[in-house]
Write a protein that binds this ligand. Structure first.
Ligand code: ADP
Ligand code: ZN
Length: 732
């Protein structure tokens, strides 16, 4: 690709989308389109697949046709493109004949850069002729795995897409998917008839997702704990059965968490209403079965909570993948219990035994279930476990974004010695027994079966006497999860050893075990590295106000709010606090069209807020808030702010802190207000006299604390904003 073309792409992305760099593999993916070479691009959810065909469509002549599986997904994409000033339309069955005709004319006249259609329509002969007359030469296939039997979402109508290559021999075809396996990849290339395709496979890791896996011991309170961590944020709670959805929705609502339930048993109208409420941000909390999700593109989902174990790692990856599509931090919590696997097994076996059902899926399904169970109980970094499951290497020693790496769970002392005891017991029973039996032997129990086998005579009998059954069982599963022990036998799974087991027994290798969390209060949940940096410098109050503005503007236009601006953009606005339109143009995700359309409204709000709160504007920010790198800085506050906070803890005067940190008064006062809000010291008399405190508090009681200005005015301007702000920070 010529340098000029690359420059062109960069300019287009900046102008329309307000992005200043490519995400990994995007440039190569776009190059394939412009070089007119077929391609298959595999990137995880949120990896930025759409831009890979959207930007080149703007850089080349003619119309790019996009096949997409759901009308709702198409509509979102079209709305979002139009909001960026990209001429995109969709042609679907909801249009009248006249509308359809008008759009086809637009296509023929070259007024449309991106045309979205369903696969069924794309292969209609008349439609194909229309496209041929329009000289279409580029096709993008979204969710391309739907063409493959091996994928998790096969759609027969996708099969016909192979005709594209027959009907348009000169056109290039480009597939996009998040599906990982090589088998599916090869199948897609073959089914679509791609010629010498450029196959690009990105990393499957989602560094902005923090994974936590916990045994389920007190469902409602565990759920409430997660919800409290995410007040005012969007999340999905997945349940295994419809009945659980209904019960949990009711309980949560009675506890004051406003939520809506969703499952396939609801009427189509009801389902639509729930989806719309979630998209338009009138409801932020959905309790659902896995029926919820397809077609939901809301980018600012901040957590996904599984109240039970999904039936495969593929499902888990897909469901958790809905969190944090905007690249900002999000949390994925899985609450599991040993009984979940049994529940699934029961459901699977039941459906395999129904009349007319081909039961051949069962062994494969049970294997997937077992893999998921192992993941849930494992003691390996969650990011590593997931990435390795999908056949990629994970290099980082710690992800800084999972319960294990963040140190949420206590390590078991002498883990390797315990592992040796467990492994040698498996050896002594000759690798012929399952988990329960091995646990009984280790705990020195008195069962009949155990005595019949003479296992009470083994040297390993009672080696872990005194440990609870749950703990020992959990440790066995953790060893399985680390690959230090294996489970074989399909009828009845027995524990077996591998090379790694012998290495542990010969002291050539160590093992890691973690305590099982129980009802006792867990260590406080740590925040992931990503979360700490993505909020840095952001005024949360302003962020919330901007969300409100966004919601109103979106409602006026009938758009989902995240299509106006993403959360990343709102945070960057609340961080930089631009005072003019040109300054606003430097904010992440604001291209020319959006600036023109919405810039003023946001500017007005930012100005009013900064005025009220006496906040500085046009803050200088070092870098883009693009998704932070893995293992982003862990400590917050960082740098001088941390120095300042240490001084505040010693009640240092503002002047001293200014001197020691060489920062201006306004900066230090801002830090102090943050410090007070977060750490809530018992008294702030080091910085505000008791008399002033009492007067501000009294005024705040009268006029409220939403804004500082009314308080300032109620006190007749006698008390400076700085001090008012400190008191308000302390009161909230
Ligand atoms: P996918 O289809 O792979 O799940 P999307 O295409 O929806 O991902 O992109 C995820 C998010 O990342 C979107 O909000 C998109 O606008 C944003 N994005 C894509 N490419 C870039 C980029 N180069 N710089 C910044 N943001 C980007
Ligand atoms: Zn980890």
């Amino acid at each position: 690709m010529a340098a000029a073309q690359l420059q062109d792409l960069t300019r287009i992305i900046e102008h329309h989308w307000g992005y200043r760099s490519f995400r990994p593999l995007q440039e190569r993916a776009m190059r394939a389109v412009l070089d007119r070479r077929d391609s298959l691009v595999v990137l995880p959810t949120g990896g930025g697949k759409s831009l890979c065909y959207q930007a080149p469509a703007m850089a080349q002549a003619g119309t790019t046709v996009v096949a997409s599986p759901l009308i709702s997904l198409m509509k979102d994409q079209v709305d979002s493109l139009q909001a960026c000033g990209v001429p995109a339309v969709q042609i679907d069955s909801s249009l009248s004949a006249d509308e359809k005709f008008a759009r086809e004319i637009d296509v023929q006249q070259g007024a449309v850069k991106l045309l979205f259609v369903s696969p069924e329509r794309l292969v209609l002969p008349d439609f194909g002729n229309m496209l041929r007359r329009a000289g279409v030469k580029t096709f993008a296939i979204d969710e391309a795995h739907c063409i493959s039997h091996w994928g998790h979402d096969f759609r027969p109508e996708y099969r016909q897409l192979r005709r594209i290559k027959e009907w348009f021999p000169d056109a290039t075809v480009h597939g996009y998917t998040a599906t990982a396996t090589e088998q599916v990849r090869n199948d897609i290339c073959q089914q679509l008839g791609l010629k010498n395709p450029e196959v690009l496979v990105g990393s499957f890791d989602r560094p902005n997702l923090a994974y936590r896996v916990l045994p389920r011991y007190d469902l409602e309170n565990q759920v409430a704990e997660v919800l409290d961590r995410h007040k005012g944020e969007a999340g999905i709670i997945y349940c295994i059965r419809r009945k659980d959805v209904n019960e949990l929705t009711e309980t949560l609502n009675s506890m004051g968490y406003k939520s809506l339930g969703y499952h396939a048993g609801l009427s189509p109208d009801e389902r639509k209403r729930v989806q719309e409420a979630f998209k338009s941000e009138t409801c932020d909390l959905i309790v659902a079965t896995v029926a919820f999700g397809m077609g939901i593109d809301r980018s600012n989902i901040r957590f996904v909570l599984h109240t039970g174990m999904p039936k495969s790692i593929e499902h888990y990856q897909q469901e958790t993948g809905r969190a944090g599509r905007d690249g900002l931090e999000a949390e994925c919590v899985l609450l599991h219990s040993g009984s979940d696997a049994m529940t699934w097994k029961f459901i699977m076996e039941k459906s395999a035994s129904e009349p007319g059902v081909d039961a051949s899926f069962l062994p494969n399904a049970l294997k997937h279930l077992n893999d998921m169970d192992r993941y849930s109980r494992g003691a390996v970094c969650r990011h590593r476990a997931l990435v390795e499951y999908f056949g990629q290497r994970y290099e980082a020693p710690s992800c800084m974004a999972c319960d294990l790496c963040l140190g949420d769970r206590e390590p078991v002392p002498e883990a390797t010695v315990i592992a040796q005891k467990i492994l040698s017991c498996v050896a002594r029973v000759k690798e012929r027994f399952g988990v329960n039996h091995v646990v009984s032997v280790l705990r020195g129990e008195n069962g009949d079966k155990l005595k019949q086998q003479g296992h009470d005579q083994l040297s390993t009998y009672g080696l872990l006497k005194g440990e609870s059954k749950d703990d020992v069982r959990d440790w066995v599963h953790q060893l399985l999860g680390q690959g230090l022990l294996v489970q074989t036998g399909s009828e009845y799974p027995v524990l077996g050893l591998n090379d790694a087991s012998w290495e542990v027994m010969k002291k050539q290798r160590t093992a890691k075990l973690f305590q099982t969390p129980r009802k006792r209060k867990e260590k406080e949940t740590s925040r992931s590295g990503v979360e700490k940096t993505s909020w840095e410098g952001v005024d949360r109050g302003l962020f919330d106000r901007l969300r409100e503005v966004r919601r109103e503007l979106a409602a006026d236009r009938g758009l989902p709010p995240y299509l106006v601006f993403s959360d990343t953009t709102l945070r960057d606005l609340a961080r930089r606090r631009p005072s003019t339109l040109p300054a606003m143009r430097a904010v992440y995700g604001i291209g020319d069209k959006k600036l023109e359309e919405w810039g003023h409204e946001f500017l007005k709000e930012i100005r009013a807020y900064c005025d009220d709160m006496d906040l500085s504007m046009d803050t200088v920010v070092d870098s883009e808030p693009a998704p932070p790198p893995r293992r982003a800085a862990v400590s917050e506050p960082t740098g001088m702010k941390a120095v300042a906070e240490d001084l505040f803890r010693d009640n240092a005067a503002v002047e001293d802190v200014m001197h020691q940190t060489t920062r201006a008064r306004s900066t230090v006062m801002g830090w102090l207000a943050d410090f007070i809000r977060r750490e809530h010291p018992a008294s702030i008399s080091a910085w505000v006299s008791d008399d002033v405190y009492a007067r501000v508090a009294a005024a705040a009681k009268q006029v409220g604390m939403e804004r500082l200005k009314p308080i300032f005015e109620a006190l007749e301007g006698k008390i400076p904003y700085d001090e008012i702000r400190l008191v308000v920070s302390h009161l909230t």
